[in-house]
Design a protein around this ligand. Structure first.
Ligand code: 8YV
Length: 328
């Protein structure tokens, strides 16, 4: 008998068809976001689930879904999973690293440039009929080429952004990360590890690419924003909650930093109302990985993980395989 799985959100049709060839699939035709209670109910009798960042897999859910054996997140970030609880319940968790690295780095770089060169503000200005004449300081921003690029969180995506900055735009790269990169990774980028305060003080354009965890909650708040240059920009493509959005809106309003660009928000899809009021911020709806090719690749990788995990293979990108092995 094929295993039973829940595909919790709409995925590319070809991936759903592939999953149907392996499993007894319950799909979410409406793409509705299930409440925690609905998710528990739909997972009854299921051995696997394909989830996205919208579905929380926590201890309460796991206790109520004893047949569940694998949860495959269609995302590289997995702060929607309680990994210790998954391991305690013998549930394998997987994610989708690598396939989205370059696409997400492209978007992060684009957002940073949009903030530096005031693109959203400029478009708004033009569309609203405010463009009456040229003037030397009309919507002047700050240069990206040759500037200092600061990266907080220097994993795969951080390094891909650093490459764009160093090799394409002649930027000086500084970064802060729990661990320092190996010299052979640092040196082609000319990247320099600095402490967090130095990163905040020296960056002309600061990009956040660190994973969300309790320790990174409000890693950028009022105190950190105070350390930044008044001409600096801040770009967040990591997770909502890493930035204190209310404090950022105040800093932007008071021009304590020049501009920001945000793809992720605390409590998204809600956006802090103060951010909607300030002109010097570019706002996008969590689309950094959103190219057709990359979203298909993410869904395929999540499917690869489910198929391997439930059919006796080796899942390509497990999160807690070592912990599960230790438990025996
Ligand atoms: C996803 C992301 O689109 O991969 C991630 O961590 O943030 C995005 O690429 C989102 O999480 C939906 O699953």
């Amino acid at each position: 008998m094929p295993a039973r799985i829940l595909v919790a959100r709409v995925v590319p049709p070809r991936v759903l068809e592939r999953l149907r060839r392996h499993f007894d699939v319950e799909a979410n035709a409406d793409d509705a976001i299930y409440t925690p209670a609905e998710l528990v109910q739909r997972l009854q009798g299921k051995q696997g689930a394909l989830t996205t960042g919208s579905e929380r897999i926590d201890a309460k859910l796991l206790a109520a879904c004893p047949e569940l054996r694998v949860v495959a997140n269609m995302a590289v970030g997995y702060n929607n999973f309680d990994i210790p609880a998954c391991s305690a319940h013998g549930v394998l968790a997987t994610n989708t690293p690598d396939v989205l690295t370059e696409t997400t780095a492209d978007f992060g770089f684009a957002l940073m440039m949009a903030a530096a060169r005031r693109m959203a503000e400029s478009e708004h200005f033009l569309r609203h009929g405010e463009w009456k004449k040229w003037s030397w300081d009309l919507l002047t921003g700050s240069d990206v080429h040759g500037a200092t690029l600061g990266i907080l969180g220097m994993g795969r995506i951080g390094q891909a952004i650093a490459r764009r900055g160093a090799l394409g735009f002649g930027m000086k790269v500084i970064y802060h990360n729990r661990s320092r990169l190996a010299p052979e990774v640092e040196s082609p980028l000319g990247a320099r590890w600095v402490d967090k305060a130095t990163l905040l003080r020296e960056a002309d354009h600061l990009v956040l690419v660190l994973p969300y965890a309790a320790a990174s909650h409000h890693a950028i708040g009022a105190a950190e924003l105070m350390l930044m240059k008044p001409t600096a920009t801040l770009t967040n493509i990591a997770r909502g909650g890493i930035v204190d959005d209310a404090a950022l809106a105040a800093a932007l309003r008071e021009r304590r930093i020049a501009a920001a660009a945000l793809d992720v928000f605390e409590g998204e899809p809600a956006v802090h109302p103060d951010l909607l009021e300030v002109p010097n911020v570019v706002l996008t709806p969590h689309i950094a990985s959103a190219t057709v090719a990359t979203r298909v690749a993410m869904a395929e990788l999540a499917a690869d993980n489910l198929i391997a995990a439930l059919n006796g293979g080796t899942p390509p990108t497990p999160i807690n395989a070592a912990e599960l092995q230790q438990r025996g």
